[in-house]
Ligand binder design. Sequence first.
Ligand code: AMP
Ligand code: MG
Length: 287
Amino acid sequence: MPAPVLLAVHAMATRFELVLHGDDAMRLRAAGEEALAEITRAEQLLSAYAPASDIGRINRDGAAGPVRVMAETCRVLRQCLGLARATHGAFDVTVGPLVRLWRAAGEVGVVPDAAAIAEARLLVGADQVIVDEDALTVALARPGVAIDLGAAGKGYAIDLAIGVLREHGVTSALLHGGTSSVHVIGHPPGDDAWPIGWDGPNGGIRLRDGALAVSAPHGRAFEVDGVSYGHVLDPATGEPVQQARGAGVTGPSSLVCDACSTALLVRGPSWLPEFRQRWPGYDGWTR
Ligand code: AMP
Ligand code: MG
């Protein structure tokens, strides 16, 4: 059995790693490099931290008027705003003002007061972003509104990369971003599924042709007076999620898994029946 081809790229503040199995290492490597280049391209388009990206420009200029963007940006935003509505705002790419507030709070170690949280919450909601797919423009409803694709960008990028691998006829691959988003094609040689280890139910799952995304509140947390404040925010309260220790979602699209694992962490296990009904082919759990 030939050795697997291993490739990696750093993007979106995480490391993406790709494992490819097959007979023709040279073709696999070419396909893998093209796939990882899509991740870099997606980051350049969608990162809120790159001032020249479409999202960076929308966040800077969008409140003053419509900003011209790539058709792809309109499409991703439409999809994400749809997911925000479908999760009743538990996953919401307009959490930017809350993310900024809590990030600044973390830097000085002081919890924001109720008035500041209420003020930021007024800027959050899917109706704060106006996408015009005919004109290829995006506008923001008012100054201070900010888009943050932190909970879905990785998933979107992984879907793009997996699409490239499939176009190239790759039949056995695993791609993950920062271990929180995984997508596999087929199965590895000598096994009928990819074993994905983690400390969840049964110590992991077995994945075949599909995606897994996990969200944990305390990935990037800070502590004040013994209380830990995580990086996933509940848009309904404006505060970091506390109750669950983690949420995971499996299904065909990494973007949907990524968005819904964040939503599931926010909503908690009582949302699972509605989630399963709304997204056939997907499953999830909390712990
Ligand atoms: P994830 O690890 O996929 O759950 O994404 C968490 C990141 O998404 C955070 O670091 C924030 O940038 C952003 N975020 C936090 N809370 C939410 C939320 N409720 N909906 C959408 N994005 C969020
Ligand atoms: Mg997510």
